[in-house]
Design a protein. Structure first.
Length: 168
């Protein structure tokens, strides 16, 4: 039994030494470890909240970006439609201006041609009349007949005027 008591005393001494020397540092170490784990859990929860908040911000930003992209796309379509309409109107104005200028040129050219034709026809008529008169008057019989006819016409014109003035 003495062995038993000696072993028991040795065991108690070992346990007491462990209790005073080993357990306090282990408790401190475990406490620090527990605090580190708790801090990591808290950090993880905070990171999870930040992640959820970031995801929400991302979704909102993505929705805003889609809305903005739709607005930009609609504005671009409106601008394109407006530009096409402006270009069409400008082209129509240009076509009308060119058509008007062509008509003006055509009228001016027509007037020039008509003037040239009048001048040319007048020259030809005078030349032809000169030739006809020259040809007609070169024949003495025709010349005499023409002079007689002219005198008869003058006498006829003077005759009624003379008789009506004598009666008055």
């Amino acid at each position: 039994m003495a062995d038993y008591i000696a072993e028991l005393v040795g065991f108690i001494v070992v346990v007491a030494v462990i209790w005073w020397k080993v357990v306090p540092p282990l408790r401190t170490l475990m406490s620090r470890q527990r605090e580190a784990v708790a801090a990591q859990i808290e950090a993880s929860k905070a990171a999870e909240q930040r992640l959820a908040l970031a995801n929400e911000k991302y979704r909102n930003a993505l929705a805003d970006a889609r809305t903005e992209a739709a607005k930009i796309r609609d504005a671009a379509r409106e601008d394109a439609t407006r530009i096409v309409e402006e270009m069409r109107e400008q082209a129509e104005r240009e076509v009308e201006r060119i058509r008007q200028r062509g008509e003006e040129d055509l009228v001016a050219q027509r007037q020039r041609v008509i003037g040239e034709l009048h001048r040319r026809i007048g020259e030809l008529a005078v030349d032809l009349a000169g030739e006809l008169v020259s040809e007609y008057l070169t024949d003495p019989t025709r010349r005499s007949t023409t002079v007689d006819r002219l005198l008869d016409e003058l006498t006829a014109m003077a005759g009624p005027a003379t008789s009506s003035s004598a009666e008055g």
